[in-house]
Write a protein that binds this ligand. Structure first.
Ligand SMILES: CC(C)(COP(=O)(O)OP(=O)(O)OC[C@H]1O[C@@H](n2cnc3c(N)ncnc32)[C@H](O)[C@@H]1OP(=O)(O)O)[C@@H](O)C(=O)NCCC(=O)NCCS
Length: 173
């Protein structure tokens, strides 16, 4: 388990995907800027396997209540990408930012990589605030990059470089 100040990140095992499925198939949890997904356990298992060295974590409060998830991908690439969601009732309390900071610490402490990326819809202000507070910088806009919700959508690309990270913010503190 990766321990933060207000939350912990607990690894998702394949048997836990039933919980993830309830969230990813619920349009209110992935939010208005994410694709509409209706996934089976088999679909999620495929995604889980494709994370390879990447990992999926539950975001838990200190009383072990699960309030969301965060994942990082390392599928054959040296540039990990991250994704995350918090259940609506627990948003705006800093948990998303803390989860991203923990994952950034974990990746830079455990993998010899130079940059981590994240993509988000340009109108997703909450997600971009989280990334900026965790030290990411905006690289630019990827035009008409993802098809979802009936149209082609732009993505804002963010990254953080190892030299910008300046050492662990949460882990090992
Ligand atoms: C993005 C998300 C994970 C943020 O989690 P969170 O725990 O609420 O994040 P934090 O509390 O750490 O910070 C959120 C920031 O966004 C702000 N914010 C939240 N909703 C907002 C909105 N609709 N418009 C503008 N700002 C908003 C908060 O005020 C806070 O900023 P502040 O620290 O300056 O006050 C959460 O909103 C979510 O799960 N959204 C749906 C899934 C999603 O979009 N995931 C990202 C896909 S790339």
């Amino acid at each position: 388990m990766l321990e933060g100040k207000n939350i912990n990140l607990r690894i998702v095992e394949k048997d836990d995907l039933i919980i993830i499925k309830e969230w990813t198939n619920n349009l209110h949890i992935d939010g208005e800027y994410s694709p509409i997904l209706q996934e089976t356990i088999k679909d999620l298992e495929k995604l889980y396997d494709n994370l390879k060295e990447g990992k999926w974590y539950f975001i838990e409060k200190k009383d072990e209540i699960k309030i969301g998830f965060i994942l990082h991908m390392l599928s054959g690439s040296v540039v990990p990408g991250i994704g995350y969601a918090i259940i609506p009732s627990e948003r705006g309390k800093g948990y998303g930012t803390e989860a991203v900071k923990i994952v950034i610490d974990y990746i830079f402490l455990s993998k010899n990589i130079v940059r981590i990326t994240a993509k988000t819809h340009p109108d997703n202000i909450a997600s971009q605030k989280v990334l900026k507070k965790a030290g990411f910088k905006k690289e630019g806009i990827l035009r008409k990059e993802m098809f979802f919700r009936g149209k082609w959508n732009d993505s804002a690309l963010y990254s953080i470089l190892r030299e910008e990270w300046e050492g662990p913010k949460i882990l090992l503190k």
